[in-house]
Design a protein around this ligand. Structure first.
Ligand SMILES: [Zn+2]
Length: 70
């Protein structure tokens, strides 16, 4: 059975959080601020824009951000 990775946002209580690709996001990573590649999906609320870093997306972000540190 396929699990949908969508849940109610705890920040605003009305929005739905689902994996979202977006350009121009910034992410603090190892004390520096880097720009997240557009292709990385981050669970984001469609109402207030709160982002939820899950283990899965965190791993994907690490893979995407690590090369930028070099
Ligand atoms: Zn929200």
């Amino acid at each position: 059975m396929k699990k949908k990775k969508m849940f109610r946002c705890v920040e605003c209580g009305t929005g739905t959080v689902h994996p979202t690709k977006r350009a121009g996001r910034r992410q603090r990573y190892k004390r520096v601020e880097l720009v997240l590649p557009t292709g990385i999906q981050v669970p984001t609320c469609d109402q207030c824009g709160a982002e939820y870093i899950s283990e899965t997306s965190a791993a994907a972000e690490d893979a995407a951000l690590e090369p930028q540190l070099r």
